[in-house]
Write a protein that binds this ligand. Structure first.
Ligand SMILES: Nc1ncnc2c1ncn2[C@@H]1O[C@H](COP(=O)(O)OP(=O)(O)OP(=O)(O)O)[C@@H](O)[C@H]1O
Ligand SMILES: [Mg+2]
Length: 496
């Protein structure tokens, strides 16, 4: 009989107007990797925040190694041996790696003085244990997100963590970094560390988890050994219904008329002689590994990067100088960027205000802003994208990570432009809402608009695009038509 390391008993969590968790009970076994799945807003992050003392549950209790826990703060949790690698990194960017790791529990020498040498040595030993090298003396902000996650894992280990919870750790990592993360997880498991792993990438859950627990609308749905489930069964547990087809039927007419042409686009050292055109009514995919230069192409087109950029952009055959994102909008190009927190949302505004943000015209009536129209539009997207929120008047900051993303997508879907550029549109979004977004994309192109989509998920590119351009090291390495799409071909061009 496996030892129970963490036991959740009847956990309920109420926020104003929202029951985020409803009487949830389950056990986690020592040494297992437990996948935690559920739609956006199901309550996953909330559960984790309770275990680590960020929220205090409204009802219920939880037990760690048999003892009831009353954790008041993340530091308390760390000290008890319970650590989290959050959806958003929680390190202090300006402090060094070793300072971050030993923040709250510094090593001291004989006279009670802080012993930097010892902390440095210990940091190096922790890195060594994970098989990575990161300079312990540099500020955390000089490292990539992946490296920062590793630093968080080191911090957890410095507290002798016995349970580490990872909240969508792979969402922003490159393929190589994900591979490293898996290796680290495997090592931790061999050392007997227990891991709870939250992810919307179901393949990943099947790859690394021993068991999976599913939450839906704040309620416990089930917990199963992974080998008892297939993808469809897991999806059904998550969304509570058969999903049906993930991608729309592809019977669009072949697009012919050119709307956008890019000639000899280059950015010194980063992009090299990029040439392509986009047609009216077409979804053009940009494939390739993370870091291949796809986002940079978009940034150069919409005027976000200007330094060392050369080349020409034609819209409807006319050469245009696009100097910044607002001149892109004037040229009827709308962009959903990769970094949505920074560039896409106003967190302390309501859901409906955010949705109308990029298209004030849509809510004007006789030249005046109409709250009624604004509410109606918001209600439509809340329903279509299944945005989990008590009302359109909720502040966006109170929504779950994935639901915040949906609001940004709604904002752009509600915008009247001719060219939509989506950079990783479904990252962090659950399977059910993904297929709704695909349907809306299909409607957009059926109405004669065009889409450029960057995606690292090959099934998504293959399921949605008319053509795919593949990039590697800042160059376009190939262009595939629909009848040529296979994962192998895309990958071949992506890793040349
Ligand atoms: N501080 C808060 N105030 C009000 N409501 C909140 C707060 N934090 C979370 N919620 C609500 O609780 C519910 C669960 O949110 P949670 O962040 O746990 O979801 P999640 O499963 O992590 O989703 P995602 O996959 O999108 O990250 C959501 O409806 C969310 O809007
Ligand atoms: Mg979450």
């Amino acid at each position: 009989m496996a030892e129970v390391i963490l036991s959740m008993k009847n956990i309920t969590m109420d926020f104003t107007g929202v029951r985020a968790l409803d009487n949830v009970s389950f056990d986690v076994f020592r040494g297992e990797i437990l996948g935690l799945c559920g739609e956006n807003g199901a309550g996953k992050s909330t559960l984790i925040k309770i275990v680590t003392g960020i929220y205090k549950q409204t009802k219920g209790a939880f037990y760690f190694k048999g003892n009831e826990m009353h954790i008041q703060s993340p530091l308390d949790a760390h000290k008890a041996g319970l650590s989290v690698v959050h959806q958003e990194i929680k390190l202090v960017g300006s402090l060094s790696v070793k300072e971050n790791i030993f923040l709250g529990h510094p090593e001291t020498g004989n006279l009670g003085l802080i012993d930097w040498k010892k902390m440095r040595r210990k940091t190096l030993a922790l890195m060594d244990r994970l098989g990575v090298t990161i300079n312990p003396d540099l500020p955390v902000e000089t490292f990539s997100i992946a490296q920062q996650q590793i630093i968080e894992i080191c911090k957890a280990l410095s507290f002798q963590a016995e349970l580490i919870i990872m909240d969508e750790p792979s969402a922003t990592l490159t393929e190589k970094e994900v591979a490293l993360l898996y290796t680290i997880i495997e090592r931790l498991k061999q050392e007997g560390v227990t891991i709870i792993y939250i992810s919307h990438r179901l393949e990943e859950v099947f790859k690394i988890a021993n068991r999976v627990i599913v939450l839906r609308d704040g309620q416990f749905v089930g917990i199963e050994p992974i080998q008892n489930l297939d993808r469809n069964q897991l999806i059904k547990m998550m969304v509570g219904r058969e999903l049906g087809q993930e991608f729309p039927e592809m019977n669009r007419p072949v697009a012919i008329e050119e709307i956008l042409r890019v000639e000899h686009l280059a950015r010194k050292g980063i992009l090299h002689d990029i040439n392509f055109s986009l047609r009216r009514g077409e979804i053009l995919g940009l494939g390739g590994l993370v870091g291949a230069g796809r986002t940079e192409v978009i940034r150069a087109i919409i005027g976000l990067d200007k330094k060392n950029v050369s080349g020409s952009v034609y819209i409807n055959g006319i050469k245009r100088a696009i100097k910044n994102p607002s001149s892109a909008i004037k040229n009827r190009i709308g962009t959903i960027t990769e970094d949505r927190k920074k560039e896409g949302l106003v967190l302390d505004m309501t859901v409906d205000n955010n949705i109308s943000l990029a298209n004030i015209n849509s809510i004007l009536k006789h030249g005046l802003l109409s709250n009624k129209i604004e509410r109606k539009i918001a209600a439509e997207y809340i329903q279509k994208l299944r945005i989990v929120t008590p009302s359109a008047k909720q502040m966006v900051i109170n929504l779950s990570g994935g639901n915040q993303q949906k609001v940004i997508i709604a904002k752009w879907l509600n915008t009247d432009v001719d060219i939509y550029i989506f950079d990783e549109p479904t990252r962090g979004i659950d399977v059910g809402a993904k297929s709704e977004i695909y349907k809306i994309m299909e409607q957009i192109v059926m109405n004669g608009k065009s889409i450029i989509m960057i995606s690292s998920e090959m099934p998504e590119l293959i399921g949605m695009c008319d053509r795919i351009l593949v990039m590697h090291n800042g160059r376009i390495t190939g262009s595939l038509n629909r009848n040529e799409f296979t994962q192998e071909k895309i990958l071949e061009l992506a890793i040349q």
